[in-house]
Design a protein around this ligand. Structure first.
Ligand code: SF4
Length: 70
């Protein structure tokens, strides 16, 4: 699975970087930067949690085939 953030819809709320610092850090422009592009195990669970909690539904987990096609 590939973890991505849609920066066109992200509200820069900072929730993902605050709640999941192992997966995201805040970039200089205030947008989140993905730290682990292919999370596994516990980090994959965290990524699912982050996607669920994002207020603008901007965090996505794509299966690798779909990600390669994009
Ligand atoms: S939680 Fe969602 S809206 Fe907030 S900074 Fe992260 S990706 Fe953007």
């Amino acid at each position: 699975m590939r973890l991505t953030v849609n920066l066109r819809t992200c509200l820069r709320s900072g929730q993902c970087t605050y709640m999941h610092p192992r997966l995201f850090r805040e970039g200089e422009d205030g947008f989140p930067v993905v730290l682990v592009e292919h999370p596994e195990g516990e980090l994959l669970e965290e990524a699912r949690d982050a996607a669920e909690l994002c207020p603008s539904s901007s965090i996505h987990l794509l299966d690798d085939d779909a990600a390669a096609a994009n």
